[in-house]
Design a binder for this molecule. Structure first.
Ligand SMILES: NC(=O)c1ccc[n+]([C@@H]2O[C@H](COP(=O)([O-])OP(=O)(O)OC[C@H]3O[C@@H](n4cnc5c(N)ncnc54)[C@H](OP(=O)(O)O)[C@@H]3O)[C@@H](O)[C@H]2O)c1
Length: 377
């Protein structure tokens, strides 16, 4: 019997009750129950009704294993109760503050008392996010023009920060590598140009910023917080141009954490789930624009082999995904704040809903043959 067939049989109400089957049931059920309950007691964003199912190859249908729906009451936010370092006059730099997490983080960290340097891609063009941050007219919240792909802009910001510190010899406390872009598309639909474009911001931007600011952060024995994604831990079909950059951010962060540990610098990774509804990462217009460009640029053989119907179905799936995210970014903001202020920050933070958390655990800890069957095929 195949592994999934075995699990199905174990979990069937009317399945065999031999000693062996019972032993197997006793092994698997607590595992699933522990994973679920562990998460159910951790408050996060609202949970859409989701199912966990197996594909039953013999019957050609999917069999439901678990159904968990939205909790009855509102889900409170995760709170952290451990020892917190005083903020004092500590300085932090956040990239990508024009919108989304970066924009909220800049305001939140400022409200906590930090001296915040808010890197904005569009400061020179005076976009709305920058104007709103500037309108706070605070000495402790300074917007700076910053494209993480441009070394000359990064070098300029290093100098602005250094000269804005009370004592540059004591360094800068925190760097939050948040700037990012995203796209989608199956491997055969994605041009090399797109792969490089996304990596330039998400991966090389993170590496460039980190290398440039480490001398200041080492002096403060400070923090590096890298915003990765749940897609930096588990891959998804049609997301390779994004996934490879976030897997890269994870690997980079791990290497950096090992190297910085003896020097007193702590490195954390924040892996948000789906918060697309709350940020500017995707809009319906952007999805359509990406789709049109992608279709126009497809090699003839790919366009002919897959066909327009298949392509349109994939785009519709992406649109649905982008409409289903959490609209409350506070789990991400709280995670970054904890990583910057706690005496013992976590290595990884998982602000995501129960469905994605469970999926990530299964996809990263169980054999690929099992997780593929549950979630992909
Ligand atoms: N939203 C989610 O569901 C989600 C989930 C997992 C991970 N994340 C990650 O969270 C981070 C923030 O994304 P978000 O969701 O808040 O999206 P967002 O609202 O689009 O924020 C990304 C920010 O990065 C800026 N940016 C883009 N290219 C840049 C560059 N070359 N240099 C400097 N800044 C640049 C954007 O500026 P413009 O607005 O001017 O383009 C924008 O302000 C990203 O790393 C993203 O991958 C998001």
């Amino acid at each position: 019997m195949s592994f999934h067939g075995c699990i199905l049989q174990i979990l069937q109400e009317d399945g065999p009750t031999s000693g062996r089957a019972l032993r197997r049931r006793l092994t698997i059920l607590p595992l699933v129950a522990t994973m679920l309950t562990a998460r159910l007691f951790r408050p996060l964003s609202h949970l859409p009704g989701k199912t966990l199912s197996f594909y039953d190859r013999e019957k050609g249908t999917r069999r439901m294993l678990l159904l968990y729906s939205a909790p009855p009451g509102p889900v409170s936010r995760r709170t952290y109760s451990d020892e917190v370092n005083p903020v004092g006059s500590k300085a932090v730099l956040v990239t990508g503050c024009d919108s989304g997490f970066g924009f909220s983080l800049a305001k939140h960290l400022h409200s906590k008392g930090f001296l915040v340097f808010a890197g904005c891609l569009m400061k020179d063009r005076g976009n709305d996010g920058v104007k709103e941050l500037d309108s706070l007219k605070s000495d402790r919240l300074r917007t700076v023009q910053l494209n993480v792909c441009k070394s000359e802009e990064v070098d300029k910001v290093v100098e602005i920060v250094r000269s804005g510190l009370v004592d540059p010899e004591k360094g800068m406390w925190g760097l939050v590598n948040n700037a990012g872009i995203s796209t989608f598309g199956e491997v055969e639909f994605t041009s090399m140009e797109t792969y490089k474009e996304v990596a330039e911001v998400n991966l090389w931007g993170t590496v460039r910023m980190t290398k440039s600011f480490l001398p200041l952060i080492r002096r403060a024995k400070g923090r590096v917080v890298n915003i990765s994604s749940m897609l930096g831990r588990m891959a998804n079909p049609a997301r390779s141009p994004y996934c490879i950059t976030k897997f890269g951010v994870e690997a980079f962060s791990d290497c950096l954490r090992y190297e910085m540990y003896p020097l007193g610098v702590k490195v954390s990774v924040v892996e948000p789930g789906n918060f697309i509804a709350a940020t500017s990462l995707y809009s319906p217009e952007r999805i359509q624009a990406i789709a049109n460009k992608m279709w126009d640029e497809l090699p003839e053989v790919v366009r002919k082999d897959y066909g327009r119907k298949y392509f349109d179905e994939k785009i519709a799936k992406m649109e649905t995904y982008c409409n289903s995210g959490s609209t409350d970014t506070s789990p991400v903001i709280n995670a970054v704040t904890h990583a910057l202020t706690s005496a013992n920050p976590y290595t990884r933070y998982h602000p995501m809903d129960y469905y994605w958390w469970l999926r990530m655990q299964i996809m990263t800890h169980l054999p690929g043959a099992v997780s593929d069957r549950i979630y992909i095929h």
